[in-house]
Ligand binder design. Structure first.
Ligand code: TMP
Length: 216
């Protein structure tokens, strides 16, 4: 587990999770949605007011953008179009949901965020991680969460968990998804406030690691 410069440990302002913005991210099939639910439940059991959102999605506009992005009929969609649509859904999510929740000092948990655009469109899609970050800096009010946890899985483990009809992004081939994984690991290696958890382990073990990580 890599754990670099994580800043959730300042307990001086009361609850250490108050007003914190935490992201769970990783390749398709990494178990992030399950872990997001478990983490939210755990935080609520600790008495932390928590709001959980998914990116892309959650807002009415974001859910429509999500449908466009994931529709398998849209095979003509270019990496640049993907990038701009993901960013648009995120800008809306920030304004409608995340900023108000953080302003009320709630803890905000996100299922995916900018780290996904870096790994998918930036690295696997070939657009470039730095270029994605530059665009995000110009169009998002806040790029980086207090902590991003990458749930790392190899292709075989991920595939065994995706036993349903695949969406347009999931249908991209193995070499694309191998690069997605590399993109996440590369980003985690150079960006502050990132941690990587081995998500090939069972659900309870991964959950305990995440709690350990955010508890400091
Ligand atoms: P989800 O099903 O995990 O919510 O994610 C939707 C899909 O969109 C998933 O295959 C990852 C992909 N994605 C990107 O390609 N770029 C992004 O910026 C985000 C947030 C997701």
């Amino acid at each position: 587990m890599v754990n670099r410069n994580i800043n959730l440990k300042d307990k001086s302002a009361g609850n250490q999770f108050t007003g914190k913005f935490i992201v769970l991210d990783g390749p398709d099939g990494c178990g992030k949605s399950t872990q997001t639910k478990l983490l939210t439940q755990w935080l609520e059991q600790q008495g932390v007011e928590t709001e959980t959102f998914r990116d892309p999605g959650t807002t009415a506009i974001g859910e429509k953008i999500r449908q466009i992005l994931l529709n398998p009929e849209h095979i003509a969609m270019s990496t640049r179009t993907e990038l701009l649509l993901y960013m648009a859904a995120r800008a809306q999510l920030w304004q409608e949901k995340i900023a108000p929740a953080l302003n009320k000092n709630k803890c905000v948990i996100l299922d995916r965020w900018l780290s996904s655009t870096c790994a998918y469109q930036g690295y696997a899609g070939g657009f470039g991680i730095e270029k994605v970050i530059n665009i995000a800096q110009d169009c998002l009010e806040r790029c980086w969460p207090d902590l991003t946890i990458i749930l790392d899985v190899d292709l075989a483990a991920a595939a065994s968990r995706l036993n349903r009809q695949l969406d347009r992004m999931e249908q991209k081939g193995d070499s694309y998804h191998q690069k997605v994984r590399e993109g996440f690991l590369q980003l985690a290696g150079k960006q502050k406030n990132f941690a990587v958890v081995d998500a090939t382990k069972d659900i309870e073990t991964v959950h305990r690691k995440i709690v350990e990580l955010i508890s400091g």
